[in-house]
Design a protein around this ligand. Structure first.
Ligand SMILES: C[S@@+](CC[C@H](N)C(=O)[O-])C[C@H]1O[C@@H](n2cnc3c(N)ncnc32)[C@H](O)[C@@H]1O
Length: 217
């Protein structure tokens, strides 16, 4: 396999199953991942078609394919990815996805659509960490904050996990303060996620963890 370039692209490539079958990279853009993994590349905008050493199809999502076994749908919003899945066809073997805007929304949407989170990896990107997810057909047993934050990620040995949780901790602490007395539902969800992040940091990285100052509640 050729190298896929930057860490996030390498993570996408690393999560492709050994026998992917008919493999499509939706919204392949430059085509670097498709080239590295031997995928058919698609783009809905003809002007965005990239490198010429991969086969390209101009299309909305997976629509022109009768069957797809494995799909990569990455670097798009969670709702865009879920919309592409809803229009089908449904990949038969695996999905490799990454939604920079809302990984929790993506995971919940996958679980609702009968996808089980099978493997997750982190990759440094833009001062935080891209959450790259592989899902396979099946029932996802996790719910709530565990599902939102990544059921496989939280128990993984990913070398970036501690740094990722610290970034999340800072972000969620700010959001918790900003939503207090303003948005009850968002505050409760944020608090649940923050408590899980803190508990995971304490359990997985006990020596490095410093307690958050008591917030007086
Ligand atoms: C930000 S780029 C991400 C490129 C690459 N997948 C990655 O992860 O680096 C998103 C690409 O998805 C394409 N795209 C968005 N919606 C699409 C759809 N419904 N069907 C095909 N391509 C789509 C856009 O044209 C754009 O090139």
């Amino acid at each position: 396999m050729k190298r896929a370039g930057r860490p996030r692209r390498r993570a996408l490539a690393a999560l492709i199953p050994d026998e992917p079958g008919i493999l499509v990279d939706v919204g392949a853009d430059h085509g670097h991942v498709a080239s590295a993994v031997g995928a058919i590349a698609t783009e809905r905008m003809p002007g965005r078609i990239g490198r010429r050493d991969v086969p390209w199809v101009v299309a909305d999502g997976l629509a022109p394919f009768r069957f797809v076994d494995t799909a990569v749908i990455a670097g798009m919003g969670a709702h865009t990815i879920l919309g592409i899945l809803d229009r089908g066809p449904r990949p038969r073997r695996a999905l490799i996805v990454h939604a920079p805007d809302a990984p929790a929304t993506l995971r919940r949407g996958l679980a609702e659509r009968g996808w089980r989170i099978d493997h997750e990896m982190l990759a440094p990107e833009a001062r935080r960490y891209a959450e790259v997810i592989r899902a396979i057909p099946g029932r996802e047993p996790s719910t709530g904050a565990h599902l939102d934050l990544g059921p496989r990620l939280l128990v993984s040995d990913d070398p970036l996990l501690e740094a990722h949780l610290r970034v999340l901790c800072a972000h969620l602490s700010g959001l918790e303060a900003a939503t207090r007395d303003r948005d009850v539902a968002k505050h409760a969800t944020t608090r649940e996620r923050l408590e899980l992040v803190e508990a995971t940091l304490r359990a997985r990285f006990p020596e490095a963890h410093e307690e958050r100052p008591h917030d007086g509640e």
